[in-house]
Design a protein around this ligand. Structure first.
Ligand code: PLP
Length: 403
């Protein structure tokens, strides 16, 4: 199907029916379309039971809905369902890797590579692992545009154990060439842990082609509910990863002498899962697949180009990240000269324009940019150009107040 630039889905989002709301904060969390709410409501009203345990029809229905969602969520990114683990969020997924895999494979003096653009979710767990094991945390730098230099990366890879890298930066929007990074890392024997939280909702993601060792993302940014994250891993590596939480469902046998883990994904899913949330996320990826991820990307590229043009025309606005839309995701961090981002976002908020201000949980990157905070506008399938106009008009008011 040829990509079309304009999607017309706004009417499907209950929150967006509020008057005068320009929701430009989907990079923080997305809005929820009716189909996702309906899928969760259907589970609670008609199929509620625990999964994987009961043998009565209601329990089988719930299990089918839950495991069916896993199959479709895995297929959405072209990965095997058995190697697709549900967690609470992306942070938990990355902690499973850093601690469950890392404690087994990383020791004193080993090098852990982490890019300067990581969200704290793919930074702090590695920092913790380094502290715990005596490994060395090594920065993979970014340039002034917020882009990784692969030649520099090449110099850091030999002898390293693991590389933590974002697919798309949540601050500067950079899209990293993951397939190429994985190819180089694998040639050097380095395991790749990719944070796809910003990528999966925005663009086609084919994990079979990217070939990363671990790939994490989060439901609440992908039009799904809060409370569910996803970890995909290579089967042999998941088998070689310890669970972080013990309890029901994650074992194959238990005695006073010995506990044996179940195979993945159950091994990492102790206790009762976020059943309704997984079912909701299944509905979200069905809905995205129906829209076509090429169309989602085309729509958001169009909006990002428009926003870069409009904001770039303002003399007192500094834009962060690559200016080439093909190399960036659908978000823009910027500074308005002389006004703190919190003031910018508060005044915009009073006008219904919802943007995020702060360090975006990426303080090492902010230190590199020389900013303590930025204002960030992010775009989604339902965003319209008029909302970007409302943002730019709002900046005029910010200037009036601070003049
Ligand atoms: C790039 C990136 N990684 C990870 C996260 C954290 O996701 P979660 O809150 O689901 O753990 C975010 C959310 O802001 C993000 O933007």
């Amino acid at each position: 199907m040829a990509a079309t630039a304009q999607l017309d889905v706004r009417a499907q989002f209950p929150t967006l029916q509020r008057d005068g709301v320009a929701y430009l904060d989907s990079a923080a969390t997305s809005q929820t379309p009716d189909v996702v709410l309906a899928a969760m409501d259907d589970y609670y009203r008609h199929h509620r039971a625990s999964v994987h345990r009961g043998t009565y029809p209601l329990a089988s229905e719930a299990t089918d809905l839950f495991e069916g969602a896993r199959t479709r969520i895995a297929a959405f990114v072209n990965w095997a369902a058995r190697d697709t683990v549900f967690t609470r969020n992306a942070s938990e997924a990355l902690n499973v890797v850093a601690h469950g895999w890392g404690r087994r494979h990383v020791g004193p003096g080993d090098r852990i590579l982490v890019t300067r653009m990581e969200h704290h979710s793919n930074f702090v767990p590695w920092w913790m692992l380094a502290k715990e094991t005596g490994a060395e945390l090594v920065e993979v730098p970014v340039d002034d545009e917020g882009v990784l230099d692969l030649d520099v990366l090449d110099g850091l890879l030999p002898g390293a154990k693991v590389l933590a890298v974002a697919h798309v930066s949540n601050v500067v929007g950079t899209i990293n060439p993951i397939a190429e990074i994985v190819r180089r890392a694998r040639a050097a024997g380095v395991v790749t842990v990719v944070d796809g939280s910003q990528a999966v909702p925005q663009m086609p993601v084919d994990l079979g082609a990217l070939d990363a060792d671990f790939y994490a993302w989060t439901g609440h940014k992908a039009y799904g509910p809060t409370g569910v994250g996803v970890l995909h891993g290579r089967h042999d590596l998941l088998l070689d990863t310890e669970p972080l939480i013990g309890g029901g469902h994650m074992i194959s046998s238990v005695s006073f002498d010995e506990v044996r883990w179940a195979a993945p994904p159950a091994r990492f899913e102790a206790g009762t899962s976020a059943i309704a949330e997984v079912i909701g996320l299944g509905a979200a990826v069905d809905w995205l697949a129906e829209l076509g991820m090429e169309n989602v990307r085309a729509h958001e590229v169009d909006l990002t180009a428009y926003a870069l043009e409009r904001l770039g025309a303002e003399e007192d606005v500094t834009l962060h990240g690559p200016l080439d839309v093909e190399r960036r995701g659908a978000l823009i961090s910027f500074a308005l000269k002389g006004v703190h981002p919190h003031d910018v976002s508060e005044i915009l908020g009073r006008r219904g324009v919802c943007v995020r201000a702060g360090h975006h949980c990426a303080q090492p990157l902010m230190q590199h940019l020389g900013e303590s905070a930025t204002t960030r506008a992010s775009f989604a399938v339902h965003t319209a150009r008029e909302e970007i106009d409302a943002l730019v008009d709002g900046l005029a008011e910010v200037r009036r107040i601070f003049a």
